[in-house]
Design a protein around this ligand. Structure first.
Ligand code: HEM
Length: 395
């Protein structure tokens, strides 16, 4: 093969005059491209690829929305997710329109996402509604992970919701609780109804509903609360909440069966990761179904029954370390208001249980009490709980 340069000078191009036939010249790039494609194909073959988590079949554009809409008429979405997870597993992939979602429904998978891969899933996805309501997603619960979130969280946990600060709110909260009890006591025998839109009142409403449905548990918890406060000047005093073991179990059992926020605020994966042999691509939304986790039959016996006793000799707590009970979430984005929220629950519940006996109106039998759930971010009862109050007079 012979080649010669025919021109090289200031401002000239190098021109090559070649003796290679034109067809061969055309074949060389084709040959190189073929080698390149084959090599990358072989590389891909050797590299293991992982499937997405299992999930129901998807339609173009809408994905799985039709499965949720068609069957969920009247069924709260956390229950529908739990039904689908029975079929497709605790790490389930759902396409909701454009967005790719993974629904977590078992303690083991929650631990993988919220503990092992916590850092990767600490961001929140961009939600147009949160962007509008919270002035550019500036609310701490919806802003993405970054300096702004870190700063906000620091202020909240180190300034506003410290144990010391929560303690300083106590006199105000206790005064408010006492006003509420006076109001109920001023109209004994009348119907009162409990309705809560916020997380703590919602918890109290569910606890009272379960206790009304299970009168022997109601007797047991009232006995404990009254024994304690009768001997402490007939005043509900938060200093001994820690010693009310059965009341604490009632609250835990209520969180297990009725987590006020059954579907966690979505998280978003920063990088693609492989969990339990499934690929979770970056930007996937992660939703933890703590309602399904609390009723997981491999972790709880008689999961649908209200049995506070299960917590009496157990170290399981709701503080984000026992993944079978995570009403406050877990990991970096776990609820920073837990201590405050819990205090309000104990305060209200202990007062209601100490100062009054409770009766269902209209001869409703405990077993017939309606327990339907509403839908939404926070899930209260669908229908208000109406009760007759009878003041308790300490001996
Ligand atoms: C019974 C009471 C409460 C329950 C069950 C509850 C539950 C939750 C849950 C499940 C989350 C999502 C956690 C996650 O993404 O993993 C959350 C987040 C949050 N909660 Fe609560 N919460 C309660 C009370 C409160 C209170 C009283 C406050 C404030 C005073 C509060 C402030 C927040 C904030 C700011 C976040 C977002 C944290 C972040 O994104 O970094 N919560 N809560």
């Amino acid at each position: 093969m012979e080649e010669e340069a025919v021109g090289l000078g200031h401002g000239d191009e190098i021109l090559w005059k070649s003796n290679i036939p034109p067809l061969l010249l055309l074949l060389i790039p084709i040959l190189f491209s073929t080698i390149f494609i084959l090599r990358s194909h072989l590389k891909k073959k050797n590299k293991p690829t992982f499937p997405l988590p299992p999930g129901p079949w998807k339609l173009p554009i809408i994905g799985n929305i039709h499965q949720l809409a068609a069957f969920s008429a009247g069924v709260p979405i956390h229950r529908r997710f739990a039904d689908l997870a029975e079929q497709y597993g605790p790490i389930m992939h759902l396409k909701l329109g454009e967005t790719s979602n993974v629904i977590i429904s078992s303690p083991e998978s929650a631990r993988e996402f919220l503990r092992t891969h916590d850092q990767n899933f600490a961001a929140r996805p961009y939600l147009p509604s949160a962007d509008i309501i919270f002035y550019g997603s500036k609310d701490i619960a919806f802003c993405s992970e970054g300096d702004y979130w870190r700063q906000m969280r620091k202020i909240l946990t180190m300034e506003l919701l410290t144990d010391k600060r929560v303690k300083s709110f106590r006199p105000i909260l206790e005064a408010e609780a006492s006003k509420l009890m006076n109001l109920i006591g001023s109209e004994p025998g009348q119907d009162i109804f409990l309705a809560g839109g916020d997380t703590s009142p919602v918890t109290v409403e569910w606890a009272m509903s379960e206790l009304m449905k299970n009168p022997e548990k109601m007797n047991k918890v009232q006995r404990e609360v009254r024994e304690m406060f009768d001997k402490r000047g007939k005043v509900v005093d938060d200093a001994c909440f820690n010693e009310l073991h059965y009341l604490k179990s009632v609250v835990k059992e209520t969180f297990r069966l009725h987590p006020p926020v059954p579907l966690s605020i979505p998280r978003e994966g920063r990088e693609t990761v492989v969990i339990n042999g499934c690929q979770i691509p970056a930007k996937t939304r992660i939703i933890v179904n703590s309602w399904a986790i609390g009723r997981n039959s491999s972790h709880w016996t008689q999961p649908d029954q209200f049995i506070p006793e299960r917590f009496l000799n157990s170290s399981i707590d709701y503080k984000g370390n026992d993944f079978q009970l995570i009403p406050f979430g877990a990991g970096r984005r776990m609820c920073p208001g837990m201590n405050y929220g819990i205090f309000v629950v104990y305060l209200l519940l202990a007062n209601l249980l100490y100062h009054f006996d409770w009766k269902l109106p209209n001869q409703i039998k405990p077993q017939d009490l309606d327990m339907s759930e509403d839908s939404g971010g926070t899930v209260p009862r669908k229908n208000n709980l109406y009760l007759n109050s009878i003041p308790y007079h300490a001996p």
